[in-house]
Each structure stands twice: as structure tokens, then as C-alpha cells.
Design a protein around this ligand. Structure first.
Ligand code: ADP
Length: 799
């Protein structure tokens, strides 16, 4: 009893203490969990509190997702071993915990043999030396989210229903707290997602802006990769583009110094690489851990890469590259990232397409301008030695090449007339065209020929200095449907594209015209040079001839002078003696008289001739002694007419004089004028057939008092003068030759003369400052068109 009584207060005390302890424990637990922000943290803390609350050996807490059939968290307190925590969902639900989860009620089992523990897990409990245990559900609004299991070892104290109550009280608290923290965590996560989405949208919009504002492809891509990298802090962002010839994927832009270093990196299509694969298949690739990707290609300097995401860049069906992102964290790319990158990749693809179109357009315009400019340059140059060199120079601005030759067809040979890009020691020269020669192909077809591997080209000789160049293009030079040669060009880098072939051919058309122009110009220049030389020669010859003529003329003048002087003395003697003979009475003898008269007439005529010769000599030596005095022209003409009256009558010629009385006095040498008009009137008589008429007219021409002149015209109805003689008859000794019959009579029709008359007239007229010329329709003895001799004497010398 004592024992009982003694025990009872102890028990009561113990019960009270126990209740207080439990309440305190619950209080502490509630405090501890109130500040927790993570589920793991709160569970870890709770496990300790559960353990202490019921003074258990160990406590294990599980959170489960029934829908997913998964244990989402397992934490423990006390003497928990690793095996206690390593429980699969199957083991969990087949044991006592499964019962609790399904019923929502706590379970108390004091030993493995009390029948509460299902058989499936009983063995495990025995092996773990577990004695009493309580499993309490963690439930919120009727849903069980986990369990808490407290255990003691076989030898330790068994749990009581109070322990169960206490556990359940704390479990209810715990479940609510866990749920709150979970909700908090979910909200946080949702916020993070929203923030990331906002960032993604911003990036996307910025990329969009860049795209519309930048048309320079390289600048655009560099901007885009940097934008993506700075917004999402990826390890590396790059854009790879597919190149056609040869097929490869080339890095066009990349972030950071690595990006700069790697720009231009070329991956042939045969390379095992995620990027190459994406470009080939057009399917995006996401590698959460690149160590597991067989075709991951580690690039130099990018050693930290852990995950890769590559998205194809496409325009319609065509894949022209990939957006490539590397992260230095395994599993870095979320589903959201992928959506964003797809959007970005699509935008970038459009931008690249636009930039490429713009660039292509720009390129086309540049080429058109270059072509025009080159053509203009060429056409403006006409130097045949210069043009071939300029052609090759201009060609480089239209179609890039490393080496070129301008080859012209000369007979059956090809001759390299200009070359560019060859080693200094290369000297050009001739090329023989063999049957299968590629050159021959260009020349015969008149079409361009493009060779990808020039070294294997027929007729290719390393000696031609082009062995290093692999791609060759030959374009014909055509002038008026005739191939005159070709331009050959080669380079190492890439084969000539169809566009380049077209351009080079168009250019060659202009080049051929330029060559032809220069050739024609050269020919013309050479011809005119030749002509000039010929003219020069002729001029020299003419000068020489004139010298000779002048010398001859001088000799002639000298001869006339000498002859006249030499003849005058003996003639004077002849005439003197003739006169003396005539004075003798014997001369009156009818038989002697005509002889004496003949001698006298002959010597008078000879005298006249000698006088004429002396006149000519004076005129030639400009020693005409002019004695000017006021002269009335009619006073000159009338005595001549009177003197010639017998001849006019004999020849039945009518001579009229008109207008002379109105001519004012003029300062002139009356004797010389008499001589001049005497010759003109005698000629008119001589060259006019019997019965004709002669007119001498005077007329004052006074357009300007200073230049006033008198024009005397001696007209006849004679045989006329042929145009080709009209100038020459004024030269001394010149006779037309049409006067064949020379009669000795001075005024006989076509009577002979010395050919000196008109040259004396001209000399006298010119000595008076006047002019003389003849007008006649021509020479015709049958119809007698007549002649008009015009003498113009200036009146400025009028008295
Ligand atoms: P000539 O003494 O021979 O007459 P001129 O010097 O006086 O020498 O004349 C030269 C030539 O001009 C003549 O031979 C003649 O053929 C031609 N001639 C001169 N005057 C006339 C004329 N009035 N009608 C036709 N022919 C003329």
C-alpha cells in the first residue's frame, strides 16, 4: 500500500511533470519552427523535437507525394542510421507507415510481435532491433503529407498512449507549419519564374530592337550574343553559320575574349559536334551534362562548359546556322530557357536573313558600280601598252583573284601580254595551245571555263607559275564575234562562284572593247604619224624643187638681162648700118628696097623684143624706175588705139573705148601704163579673129574713199583662155601652147610673141600697187568665148 501510496503521488507527480514536460516540449517545438523558411530546415528541426518529446531513441520523418508515389524528403534525429533513411516508397507503404498514411490515424506498436506491424516489414524491424514505436501521420486538411516515426530499442522504454497524443498534437502543428513553408517556397519559386520570364521578354524585345536597327551582320550577331550572355549569365553564347563552299559551320560571333579568339573557327560538316548536328538535322539539342554527349566537341578555352543548348537558325526549310549556348553548370537549362531560346533563335534567324539580303543587295550594287567604274577607267585609256595592265588591275576590283594573265591570240600562238600577282622572276611569254587545252576550250567556245582544281587541268604546266592556285577561271575576250584572247585568273581560297563568273565575263566584254579601241587608236596614230612623215618629206622635196626653180628663175632673169644687153649693141649697129644703106640711092632700086626694108623691120622688131627683155629684167630685179606724175587714163589709152588703127583696120576689128573720161587724174608712170595697156590691147587684137570686137572700159570702184580704185577691163571676142592657164599666162615666157602658128606680125591673128607681154603688164600693175587677173569661159577657137583682162589701179594716189 505504502508502496502503492508511495508510488501513487510519485506517479501523479510524474504524470504532472510529464504533462508539463510535454507542454514545454510542444511550446519549444512551436517556437523553433515558427521562424523556419525551408521545408528541409523545418523538418530537420521537428525531427529533433519529436524525438525529445517522447524521449525516443530515434525519430524519422518522411514527406511523401502520394500521387507521385514518392518520398520527397526523409530526415532523422537521435540514433538514426543511413539505412533508417534509405527507404523506398514501396517499403514505406508496405509497412506500418503505409497503414498510417492510408488511415490517417496514428499507430502504436510496443513490439514486433504485437501484430500491429505488417508482416512485410516486421523482419526489418527485428533486424534494426526496434522495440516500441509510434507512427503519426502529418496531415493537413485531411490529406496525409508524411509521417513521423519515433522508435525505441527493444530494451528501452515502451511508449504510452500519452506519447501518442503528444506526438499527434505536435504532428498537427508540424503539418501545418510544413504546409505553410511549402506554400512560401512555391510562391518564391513562382516569383523567380515570373522574374525570369520578365527578363526573357526584355531580352527578346531588346534582340528584336537590335535586329530592326542593325543591318551589318557581324555587328548584329556580336550584339545579340552579348545581350543574351549578359541577361542570363551563360558561360558562352555563340552563333554559327553554315558556309556553302566548302560545306562547313563557321563561328560568326561569340561572347568574351574566347568569342573573339574563336571567331572564324570552321567545323567541317563531318565533324562530330552538337552544333554541326543541329545544323544538319534542324533539330534543337539540349545536353544537361556534356560529359554524357558522345558528339560534344570541347572547344579551346571553353573548358568549363558543362551543359549545352543548341537551337537551329532557319529560314523556311533552310537551316543556315545555330544559336549555341554553353553553361558551366550541369542541367542549367530549364524548359523555360528552351522556349525563350527558340523565340530568340527565330528572331535571330530573321535578322540574319535580312542582313544577308541587305548585304547581298549592297554587294550587288557595289559590283555594278565597280563594273561601271572599271569600264569607264578602261575606255578612257587608249595607250595600247598600258591598257592590258589596267585591265588586270581593274578586274581585281570586280572579281578577286591572286594571279591573272591577259593572253592574246596571235596567229596560232597565245601570247601573255600582261600578268599580275606572279613572282618577280616570272616573265610571261608565249603559250602553245595543245589539243585538249583548257585555253583552247575558252577560245573555241567563246564561253567562260571554270576549273576547281587547276593543277589537274589539261595543258597545265607548273612552269607557268600558277601551280599554287587551285581554282582557275578563264573568260574570253570577244570583239565583233571574234575571240581575240582570254583572261585567266586563279586563286587558292575558293572556287569562282557563278556570280563571279558572270561578272568577270561582263568585265571581259568591256576589256575587249577597250583593247580594240586602243588598238584602233594605235593604228590611227601610227597611220597619221606615217602621213605626217610623208607630208614632211613632200614639203622638203617641194622646198628643194622651189630652190631649184628659184635658182633657175634667177638664172633665167640673169640670162635675159645679159642677153638683152649683149644683143642691144650689135642690133644698134645693124639698125644704124641698115639706115645708112637705106640712105644710099642704090637702095632705091626696086629689087634692093624690100631687102633693106626687111632688115630695118626685123631690127625694129628685135629691138622691141630686147626692150621687153630689159623691162622684164628690171621688173625681176625691182629696178623699174617709176616716175609718177598726174595722169589722165584716157590720155594713155587713146594714143595706143590711134597707133594700132592700121592693124585694126587690116584685121577688121572694132575697138571701142568707154567710161575712161570719167576716171579722175591719178599719180602714175604714164610711160609704164602706156606699155602695159599697149600689151593688153595688142594681145586682144592678136587673139581675136578678124571681124571681132574689142572694148576698153574704165570704171571707178569706190566702196571706201581710202580703197577707191579704177578698174580698166580689156574685153575681146577672141579665142579665150582655158581656166588652167589663167594664172600662169602672167609668168614670163609662158605661152598656152594652144597658139601653134607663130606668125611674125605683131598684130596678126595668133601672131607669135615672146611670152613676155603679160609678165611685164603684171610687173607694171603691181609696181603701181594694183592687181591684174583674167576672166574667160575657156579656150575655144571655133566659138570664141572671149577674154576679159581686169586691171585694178588704186586711186589713193589720185592728185
Ligand atoms: P605673147 O607674146 O605670147 O602674147 P603674152 O605674155 O602677152 O605673150 O601672153 C601670154 C599668152 O597668153 C599668149 O601666148 C596667149 O596664149 C595668151 N593670151 C594673152 N592674151 C590673150 C587674149 N586676149 N586672148 C587669148 N589668149 C591670150
Amino acid at each position: 500500500m505504502q508502496e502503492q501510496v508511495g508510488k501513487a503521488p510519485l506517479a501523479t507527480l510524474t504524470a504532472d511533470d510529464e504533462a508539463r514536460r510535454l507542454i514545454e516540449g510542444l511550446h519549444q517545438a512551436a517556437e523553433a519552427i515558427s521562424g523556419a523558411t525551408s521545408v528541409h530546415e523545418i523538418c530537420q528541426s521537428l525531427a529533433g523535437h519529436f524525438n525529445r518529446l517522447v524521449r525516443a531513441d530515434r525519430t524519422v520523418m518522411y514527406l511523401v507525394d502520394q500521387a507521385q508515389q514518392a518520398i520527397t524528403l526523409g530526415v532523422g534525429a537521435g540514433h538514426v542510421t543511413e539505412t533508417d533513411l534509405q527507404m523506398t516508397y514501396a517499403e514505406f507503404s508496405s509497412g506500418i507507415s503505409g497503414l498510417v498514411v492510408r488511415s490517417g490515424q496514428p499507430a502504436l506498436s510496443l513490439s514486433a510481435d504485437d501484430g500491429v506491424e505488417p508482416e512485410a516489414t516486421r523482419k526489418r524491424r527485428i533486424q534494426a532491433n526496434a522495440g516500441a514505436l509510434i507512427v503519426a501521420p502529418l496531415s493537413v486538411k485531411g490529406e496525409v503529407i508524411g509521417t513521423v516515426t519515433t522508435m525505441n530499442q527493444v530494451s528501452q522504454r515502451p511508449f504510452t498512449p500519452q506519447d501518442v497524443d503528444a506526438l499527434m498534437t505536435l504532428a498537427t502543428l508540424a503539418a501545418t507549419a510544413i504546409q505553410n513553408v511549402r506554400l512560401f517556397e512555391e510562391t518564391q519559386a513562382a516569383n523567380r519564374v515570373l522574374a525570369r520570364r520578365a527578363l526573357q521578354l526584355e531580352t527578346s524585345s531588346q534582340v528584336g530592337q537590335q535586329i530592326t536597327s542593325l543591318l551589318d551582320l557581324d555587328a548584329l550577331l556580336t550584339q545579340v550574343v552579348h545581350l543574351i550572355q549578359t541577361h542570363f549569365n551563360y558561360y558562352f553564347v555563340g552563333v554559327w553559320l553554315v558556309a556553302d563552299q566548302p560545306e562547313a559551320v563557321i563561328l560568326r560571333a561569340g561572347t568574351g575574349r574566347t568569342g573573339d579568339d574563336l571567331r572564324g573557327e570552321r567545323l567541317p560538316m563531318s565533324t562530330a559536334s552538337i552544333v554541326v548536328k543541329v545544323c544538319q538535322t534542324g533539330r534543337p539539342r539540349m545536353e544537361a551534362d556534356v560529359r554524357h554527349a558522345l558528339d560534344y566537341l570541347p572547344l579551346a578555352h571553353l573548358t568549363e562548359a558543362q551543359a549545352e543548348l543548341a537551337w537551329p537558325l532557319r529560314s523556311g526549310e533552310k537551316i543556315f546556322g545555330a544559336l549555341d549556348i554553353l553553361s558551366d553548370q550541369v542541367g542549367a537549362f530549364s524548359a523555360d530557357d528552351q522556349v525563350l531560346l527558340q523565340t530568340l533563335a527565330d528572331q535571330i534567324a530573321i535578322a540574319i536573313r535580312n542582313a544577308q539580303l541587305y548585304k547581298a543587295e549592297q554587294h550587288r550594287r557595289y559590283l555594278a558600280e565597280a563594273l561601271e567604274q572599271a569600264g569607264r577607267e578602261l575606255i578612257s585609256n587608249l595607250d595600247l601598252r598600258e591598257v592590258p595592265r589596267r585591265i588586270l588591275e581593274q578586274l581585281a576590283t570586280v572579281t578577286p583573284y591572286e594571279r591573272s594573265q591577259l593572253i592574246l591570240l596571235q596567229g596560232e600562238e597565245l601570247s601573255v601580254v600582261s600578268w599580275r600577282g606572279f613572282p618577280d622572276e616570272w616573265q610571261g611569254g608565249g603559250i602553245a595551245i595543245s589539243e585538249s587545252d583548257t585555253y583552247r576550250q575558252v577560245l573555241e567556245s567563246g564561253r567562260p571555263v571554270c576549273v576547281a582544281e587547276a593543277a589537274g587541268m589539261a595543258g597545265w604546266a607548273p612552269g607557268q607559275g600558277s601551280a599554287v592556285n587551285i581554282a582557275w577561271l578563264g573568260v574570253p575576250l570577244i570583239v565583233k564575234d571574234r575571240v581575240i584572247g582570254l583572261i585567266g585568273m586563279s586563286r587558292t581560297e575558293a572556287v569562282f562562284t557563278p556570280q563571279e563568273v558572270t561578272l568577270a565575263s561582263t568585265f571581259a566584254g568591256q576589256a575587249a572593247i577597250a583593247l580594240e579601241n586602243a588598238r584602233l587608236y594605235d593604228e590611227t596614230a601610227r597611220f597619221s604619224e606615217l602621213m605626217e612623215r610623208m607630208v614632211e618629206n613632200r614639203v622638203t622635196e617641194l622646198h628643194e624643187a622651189m630652190d631649184i626653180l628659184e635658182r633657175l628663175d634667177k638664172t633665167k632673169s640673169k640670162f635675159i638681162e645679159v642677153a638683152a644687153h649683149e644683143l642691144r649693141t650689135p642690133l644698134t649697129l645693124v639698125k644704124g648700118y641698115g639706115d645708112m644703106i637705106n640712105a644710099y640711092p642704090a637702095a632705091k632700086d626696086p629689087e634692093i628696097q624690100p631687102l633693106v626694108q626687111g632688115i630695118l623691120a626685123g631690127s625694129t622688131r628685135l629691138h622691141e623684143i630686147i626692150n621687153s627683155m630689159l623691162d622684164v629684167a628690171k621688173i625681176d630685179s625691182q629696178t623699174l624706175n617709176m616716175r609718177r606724175a598726174p595722169v589722165k587714163l584716157s590720155k594713155v589709152i587713146h594714143p595706143i588705139v590711134t597707133g594700132l588703127e592700121p592693124a585694126l583696120q587690116e584685121r577688121r576689128l572694132a575697138l571701142t573705148v568707154t567710161g575712161l573720161d570719167d576716171v579722175p587724174l591719178m599719180m602714175a608712170d604714164i610711160a609704164l601704163l602706156h606699155k602695159a595697156f599697149w600689151h593688153l590691147i595688142v594681145n586682144a587684137i592678136k587673139y581675136t579673129p578678124d571681124g571681132g570686137s574689142i572694148n576698153v572700159s574704165g570704171n571707178v570702184i569706190a566702196s571706201d574713199p581710202e580703197e577707191a580704185a579704177v578698174e580698166v577691163v580689156v574685153r575681146d571676142t577672141g579665142i579665150g583662155i582655158a581656166p588652167e592657164h589663167q594664172k600662169l599666162i602672167f609668168e614670163k615666157f609662158y605661152q598656152t601652147g594652144e597658139v601653134s602658128m607663130h606668125s611674125s606680125g605683131r598684130t596678126k591673128f595668133k601672131g607669135g610673141g615672146s611670152g613676155l607681154g603679160l609678165s611685164i603688164v603684171k610687173g607694171i600693175v603691181q609696181a603701181h600697187g594694183g592687181q591684174i587677173w583674167v576672166e574667160s569661159p575657156g579656150y575655144d577657137e571655133a566659138h570664141c568665148p572671149g577674154s576679159q583682162f581686169h586691171v585694178l589701179l588704186p586711186l589713193a594716189l589720185t592728185v
